[in-house]
Design a protein around this ligand. Structure first.
Ligand SMILES: [Zn+2]
Length: 294
């Protein structure tokens, strides 16, 4: 009997899908198809300042035009905030209020001589200073190395205390942090396999730690390289990335074939339809995975 496989694609509706997001969507879709599994769609729309009206609909249409059809209902994180609140309550003493502003954190780093460090200096770890009000909720991290096997990149490890520091789960503006929402939703949706861009590999140890605290299962992880522009920056709306779906362009040749090529999939240039493309690309993805296994 085949093992159950549930994967997902989880875009943020901050703009249309560009080549970089297409590559991540394609990798997770192909992995689900190669495992004869389910592929779910989740809108990570918790950054209410950055959400763009109509971007979710554009994303949905672009996936449909590409022939990437999801299973079940679409999940919107903005409608699931009660679940994040419940998870936060469960974390108990692992959580503490932090009163620091960005500037205060930067200043105390300077005092400690840690100019380059992004690590929170722990100012509020043992209680708020008198007269200070809580702005955000932070999670205490252990001085411990977390390891996980990335299905593509191999063994990864990170010490949460020395490389990350206590991190925010609920921001000063009331917004939920990505780390908490993604862990809660992956578990609630029964996700067994996470396939996403390598820009998120660095956050995986934090998510495994949260899964451990909340008693949730850890899925398998695979991170694919991110697409960069000519300046070496990750493609995003901020770096001027264009939508891969212009409404009337040739999706197969303009977008799907180049994205597959970026993923290192060797496909015949004679492919004539999207149906043929997805069949061949799924086989090529299987081969790639077989060749990765030592
Ligand atoms: Zn603080």
């Amino acid at each position: 009997m085949k093992q159950k496989y549930i994967g997902r694609f989880a875009p943020s509706p901050t703009g249309p899908l560009h080549m970089g997001s297409l590559v991540a969507a394609m990798a997770s879709y192909l992995d689900a198809k190669a495992h004869e599994g389910l592929w779910l769609l989740r809108m990570e729309d918790l950054d209410f300042d950055r959400n763009v009206k109509g971007a979710d609909q554009h994303i949905i249409q672009s996936l449909q035009r590409s022939g990437m059809l999801w299973d079940g209902d679409i999940n919107w994180q903005s409608k699931r905030q009660h679940l994040y609140e419940a998870a936060l309550q469960k974390l108990g003493d692992n959580l503490y209020p932090c009163a620091c502003s960005r500037k205060e954190i930067a200043d105390s780093r300077l005092r400690l001589g840690e100019t380059a460090s992004q690590i929170y200096p722990g100012t509020c770890r043992h209680g708020l200073a008198e007269g200070k009000a809580a702005r955000a909720w932070r999670l205490r991290v252990p001085d411990q190395i977390y390891r996980f096997e990335d299905r593509l990149a191999g063994m990864q490890q990170q010490n949460l205390a020395t490389e990350v520091g206590d991190f925010v789960l609920k921001r000063a503006d009331g917004f939920w942090a990505y780390q908490l929402a993604v862990v809660v939703d992956d578990a609630a949706q029964g996700i067994t396999h996470v396939v996403r861009g390598a820009d998120l590999i660095d956050s995986t140890a934090r998510q495994i730690y949260l899964q451990e605290l909340l008693g949730l299962p850890t899925p398998a992880y695979l991170h694919v390289p991110v697409v960069t522009n000519a300046d070496g920056e990750k493609l995003s709306k901020q770096t001027g990335a264009l939508a891969f779906d212009q409404g009337d362009n040739d999706i197969l040749h303009d977008a799907l074939m180049p994205a597959a090529s970026f993923l290192g999939l060797q496909l015949s240039t004679g492919i004539g339809s999207k149906e043929e493309f997805w069949g061949m690309a799924t086989l090529a993805w299987k081969n790639k995975l077989d060749n990765t296994k030592k």
